[in-house]
Design a protein around this ligand. Structure first.
Ligand code: CTP
Length: 398
């Protein structure tokens, strides 16, 4: 529920702007007050009148409107909200945000706000995949901007791929996660997720079958209980949750760096399936067959253990450090030994033998190992595991 919450909704100029009208309705149904801001381009797609009728609020449009400045200046407007939502966030608007421009009302509000900002990108697939766009996205995520979507699918322009704006209810869920009042409000939690990719040469890498589903579900559950989540993810096959700060990495070394720079945190949960090994020296050029029929010898070196590093930090260690243990035999014994070896507070152990279908699947059967012993939970969906674990974390952080 969003009762009493104030949302400043910046509508960018793209075909998905029509969905912003439904978004206004959905947010209001949940009790939020929505103040719309239309860019000039947005007015080509939706009218100020419809935005104002649906929101029952004045619609802001022009930076230099004297009445607006008299009634409520742009600084005040940018601060009066609990959350700033940009939907659709067009390539142009995102470029302006990444570059720190302030040459119209929307970009000025985004520069002036002291509140969290959630963007729902929407654009053509080629635009989304353009290196400039991906650079801007990385900058924005690094600045702590929250994202939701985009989804993959048919586009208004007739192409197919990622770039469709999230549906209004998905954006509502991300808004709720970003504004959640719950037992974890005020707590910062770092979650790692997904596999890591360790390059062999410019075209090949070592990976594993982790989908990132468990870490994603956990981040969503923690955010839903009010936590401010930094989600450090390797190249996962499920999209990251909305309403959390996403930091994308490829390798274990990058993941360690991202985690340490996200600290301090109240808790850190290590759900990523980190590669234990990387190439001793990744090749700068593609390794070629040499004609001898002999395969190349790949030499490995051990990756840093992120969980052990954070668990054993001499100062600034999060109050609660939770690891996962993916085992294929004598699960509880191995996981109990792993908890002691790494120095974490809890280990969530699961059996990833192929016949369980857990790795890459939708269900999980876990045993929570703490200093008081092992508690085996029945097999359930990864979402249910996440919700139950989030409750345990909330109880531990008190
Ligand atoms: N982990 C980590 N950094 C690594 C390896 C693992 O942070 N370099 C974390 C994982 O995110 C997980 C936990 O450590 O929370 C256990 O990972 P797992 O791969 O099961 O254990 P290993 O340490 O690899 O032990 P083993 O190879 O003996 O199974």
């Amino acid at each position: 529920m969003l009762a009493g919450k104030r949302i400043l909704l910046i509508v960018g100029g793209g075909i998905a702007a029509f969905k912003a009208l439904d978004l206004i309705r959905r947010l209001r149904e949940r009790g939020a007050t929505v103040t719309p801001v239309l860019t000039r381009a947005a007015e080509e797609f939706v009218t100020p009148l419809s935005a104002s009728a649906l929101s029952a609020q004045k619609v802001y449009r022009d930076l230099f409107s004297l009445t607006d400045e008299h009634e409520m200046g742009h600084i005040e407007l940018s601060r009066a909200a609990d959350l700033v939502v940009v939907a659709p966030a067009t390539a142009d608007l995102m470029a302006k945000m990444a570059g720190g421009h302030a040459n119209d009302l929307a970009s000025t509000l985004l520069m002036a706000t002291d509140k969290r900002v959630l963007i729902a990108p929407a654009m053509n697939v080629r635009m989304w995949e353009h290196p400039a766009m991906q650079r801007n996205l990385a900058t924005l995520q690094g600045d702590g901007i929250l994202t939701v979507g985009p989804n993959e699918g048919d586009m208004a322009c007739g192409e197919y791929g990622p770039g469709r704006m999230s549906e209004p209810l998905e954006i509502v869920a991300a808004v709720e996660a970003a504004l959640a009042d719950g037992p974890l409000k005020g707590k910062h939690i770092v979650v790692t997720s997904g596999p890591t990719h360790e390059p062999i040469d410019p075209v090949r890498y070592i990976a594993n079958r982790s989908s990132g589903a468990q870490g994603t579900a956990l981040a969503r559950a923690l955010a839903g209980m009010g936590a401010q989540v930094t989600f450090v993810t390797g190249p996962a096959s499920v999209p990251p949750p909305g309403g959390v700060k996403v930091v994308k990495v490829e390798t274990a070394q990058q993941m360690l760096e991202a985690v340490t720079s996200a600290l301090p945190a109240d808790a850190a949960i290590f759900a990523a399936a980190v590669a234990d090994w990387r190439m001793a020296s990744a090749q700068g050029e593609k390794i070629k067959k040499d004609g001898s029929g002999r395969p190349p010898v790949l030499e490995f070196t051990e990756n840093p253990d992120i969980l052990a590093t954070v668990s054993q930090m001499p100062s600034g260690r999060p109050k609660l450090v939770v690891g996962f243990a993916a085992e294929t035999e004598t699960v509880i014994d191995h996981a109990t030994a792993k908890r002691a070896r790494k120095g974490c507070d809890w280990i969530v152990a699961n059996d990833v033998s192929p016949e369980t279908g857990i790795m890459g699947g939708t269900e999980n059967a876990v045993t929570l190992i703490t200093d008081t012993g092992a508690d085996s939970w029945p097999r359930m969906s990864k979402e249910q595991v996440a919700n139950r674990l989030a409750n345990e974390i909330a109880a531990a952080l008190g």
